[in-house]
Design a protein around this ligand. Structure first.
Ligand code: ADP
Ligand code: MG
Length: 339
């Protein structure tokens, strides 16, 4: 949608520039741009064109499952079922299990039942507004991820509640694309799904992929870069989708604790790890948790790294990626350690 400020292309453009400089590639690069899941996507791989066709078809299939705005999607069927169990395909079941587990792990910071409130704020439409406090309070009563029940092939939601997988659909989709690339024998690829970057292997010349992280204070620029292989690099930030009212900025990631845009000290969180699904879920959860709790959450888990930008203009970088990190901004950088 045009009024959304979707300015996350620099991350992949940086990769694209590096890709074209790899002249000694044994396999030619193939690439594709598409628009799906309400965002721009770019796929680049060293392998057969057919892999891109399969990836594009898979993206469309998953959009059909996860879209909250398409009336015939799996999620919409669940939301319209008014308390009755709905049979769904495996992808929806898998992503729901992961999202509900993250709901628990984050103490409810990530809650996929926020949808009625997100809709009232207008984040699914062109018309956005700050709802009256009593409307927010009433809709918060309908938010509780623990009330969702999922079996091997059904999902049941209490009447009046609604699901939205916007916090993790792109990460899951990125994992699915990588799986298709691997099945096609591809050893080197990079994709950006609306700024969510996922890499397969290294660049064909054997060097690491360099991924730029958007500067949340100046979203047309990057504030830092990291070098990775086989990793997802996924960001949640205030600059992605927002509107302004009463001289204030209101963004699309809500804090389930009060129903207002999460404002706990962070303006951007980037998560680096093996699984796109987990990194996407974590980026949203950590953003809501805020500076202190996000650091604690990172210490509790051994399997991801993160880059946080605080609203007072600091970069917090976890020790596991400090060596592959380059600060391109004037912001001071602090390394978070396990102890
Ligand atoms: P983006 O999709 O912009 O890259 P995120 O992965 O952080 O960013 O997902 C944000 C989306 O997640 C929102 O557009 C909304 O659909 C949903 N959402 C917002 N707040 C929450 C929350 N606290 N828990 C779960 N989902 C949320
Ligand atoms: Mg996310």
């Amino acid at each position: 949608m045009s009024i959304f400020h979707d300015l996350r292309l620099p991350a992949i453009l940086l990769c694209a520039g590096l890709l074209t400089s790899c002249s000694q590639a044994s396999t030619a690069a193939v690439s594709r741009d598409l628009f799906a899941m309400d965002t721009y996507m770019q796929l680049q791989a060293y392998g057969p064109e057919k892999a891109l066709d399969e990836a594009e078809a898979r993206i469309q299939e998953l959009e059909q499952d996860f879209s909250v705005t398409r009336p015939d999607s799996s999620i919409s069927r669940i939301n319209a079922a008014a308390g009755v169990p709905v049979t769904v395909e495996e992808d929806t079941v898998k992503l729901l299990h992961a999202a509900l587990a993250m709901g628990k792990e984050s103490g409810g910071a990530l809650d996929i039942t926020l949808y009625p409130l997100l809709a009232e704020w207008g984040f699914t439409k062109e018309e956005k507004h700050v709802p009256p406090p009593q409307t927010i309070a009433a809709l918060l009563d309908k938010v509780d991820y623990a009330a969702v029940s999922v079996t091997d092939d059904t999902v049941q939601l209490p009447a009046g509640m609604m699901l939205d997988l916007g916090a993790a659909a792109k990460g899951y989709t990125g994992d699915a694309v990588m799986e298709i690339f691997r099945e096609n024998g591809i050893a080197s690829a990079v994709i950006s799904l609306g700024g969510n970057v996922q890499t397969l292997g290294r660049k064909p010349d054997g060097t690491l992929w360099k991924v730029g992280i958007t500067d949340p204070f100046s979203p047309s620029e990057t504030c830092c870069t990291i070098e990775v292989e086989n990793k997802a690099v996924i960001t949640s930030g205030t600059y992605e989708r927002y509107f302004e009212e009463d001289g204030q900025r209101w963004w699309h990631i809500l804090d389930p604790a009060d129903g207002y845009p999460a404002d706990n000290g962070l303006i951007s969180v980037t998560v680096i790890g093996d699984s796109g699904t987990e990194c996407d879920l974590l980026s949203t959860a950590l953003f809501v948790e805020g500076t202190e709790k996000a650091a604690e959450h990172w210490r509790e888990r051994e399997d991801f790294e993160m880059i946080c930008v605080t609203e007072d203009g600091k970069l917090l970088v976890t020790e596991g990626i400090a060596d592959s990190f380059t600060n391109q901004s004037a912001m001071p950088m602090e390394v978070l350690t396990r102890e």
